[in-house]
Design a protein around this ligand. Structure first.
Ligand SMILES: NC(=O)c1ccc[n+]([C@@H]2O[C@H](COP(=O)([O-])OP(=O)(O)OC[C@H]3O[C@@H](n4cnc5c(N)ncnc54)[C@H](OP(=O)(O)O)[C@@H]3O)[C@@H](O)[C@H]2O)c1
Length: 325
């Protein structure tokens, strides 16, 4: 089968297409014919050896995809050959065939295309797990989302609205903020042009923000934290800016606020029933029209390297999809 191969760590331009043996599903795994894959930030980190999870070389990158099951491993229940599924293999998705754990694989609704399914699970499941189980977001609370037009950011805007929050979307351009507004944001802040702390404080006054969803990190983290209200929850989701921020610990003390880590991958493995319930909720919302996944760009399979570069150049709005078959 044809696959994109990472033979040494480096930029996406150094990945190479190759014919490789078809993977065989082990116990608890499914194999699927990949129809579409989506680009996620860990894809770029893994090929550069910058991610916490590091597959041995050579490996096929690609963390997320949708397709049709063509084989199931021993002990797999509830999934059958022919099912249309979305799944997270974490690696191997930029190929014609891939394997993935059954517990991270869900049957997609008939109404959902493979292009949408390919980018649905990672961003929405992270947003819901982060805001519900980790952030305890309640109706009427104010939610600040950084990187609000990126993959997980835009998903957090939509999920936050569905959970009844007042959502402030923050991003680096007017175009990105227009997208966040179209997906439900109540207010917007362009942090490339105005001071984030001052702008959010002007919107929230003395009360401050209740929950912050931060997939960006870097220099934005501390000014964002300073907008936090009493009993606020700061969700550490990712570091797309490239640097891991250090928050002075007097800040959570004086604000009586919490810094809360979110790791969806570990949650889905340790709490598969809760993850399944979250996915069922997300598919219900999708069927009702509450979630409107945004695919802003599509690349043919041969241009997978360009798709990864597109994300690394900070150009992604919503999701970018690679059409494999
Ligand atoms: N904790 C978890 O369970 C979990 C799950 C999924 C993803 N993540 C993490 O969340 C982060 C975002 O992932 P994503 O898939 O949403 O990525 P994405 O679609 O590329 O969005 C990232 C956003 O970060 C902002 N950004 C700031 N500096 C950037 C830079 N130097 N390069 C690229 N983007 C930059 C951009 O928004 P502006 O231009 O508006 O600033 C961009 O829209 C990643 O660190 C990823 O590993 C964590």
């Amino acid at each position: 089968m044809r696959a994109l191969l990472c033979e040494h760590h480096g930029p996406p331009e150094e990945l190479r297409f190759a014919d490789v043996p078809e993977p065989v599903p082990g116990p608890g795994e499914i194999r699927f014919r990949v129809k579409a894959a989506s680009v996620n930030f860990p894809d770029a980190l893994m090929i550069q050896n910058l991610y916490q999870r590091q597959p041995p070389l050579p490996f096929i990158p690609g963390s997320e995809a949708a397709g049709v099951i063509d084989a199931v491993g021993e002990g797999v229940e509830g999934l059958r050959v022919g099912d249309r599924v979305a799944t997270i293999p974490f690696e191997g998705a930029f190929a014609e065939l891939a394997i993935a754990p059954a517990f991270r694989t869900t049957v997609i609704p008939e109404s959902m295309g493979f292009d949408i399914g390919a980018g649905f699970t990672m961003v929405y499941a992270t947003a819901l797990h982060g805001l519900e189980q980790r952030g305890r977001l309640r109706p009427g609370e104010t939610l600040l989302v950084l990187g609000a037009a990126g993959g997980v950011g835009l998903a957090a805007v939509e999920v936050g609205k569905l959970m009844g929050a007042h959502v402030i979307a923050a991003a680096s351009s007017e175009e990105k903020l227009t997208l966040a507004r179209a997906h439900g944001a109540d207010e917007t802040v362009n942090y490339a042009q105005v001071d984030l702390k001052q702008a959010v404080k002007a919107l929230t006054g003395e009360r401050g923000v209740d929950v912050i969803f931060d997939p960006v990190g870097g220099a934005l983290a501390e000014p964002a934290f300073r907008t936090m209200g009493w009993d606020g929850r700061y969700l550490v989701v990712g570091f797309a800016a490239g640097t891991i921020p250090a928050i002075p610990l007097n800040l959570p003390l004086v604000k009586t606020a919490s810094i809360v880590g979110v790791t969806w991958g570990v949650h889905s493995r340790r709490e598969p029933d809760l993850h399944a319930a979250n996915m069922a909720q997300l598919y219900r919302w999708y069927a009702e029209g509450g979630l409107c996944p945004a695919v802003s760009k599509r690349f043919p399979f041969e241009q997978s390297r360009e798709a990864i570069r597109w994300m690394m150049d900070r150009k992604i709005q919503g999701k970018v999809v690679i059409e494999v078959a």
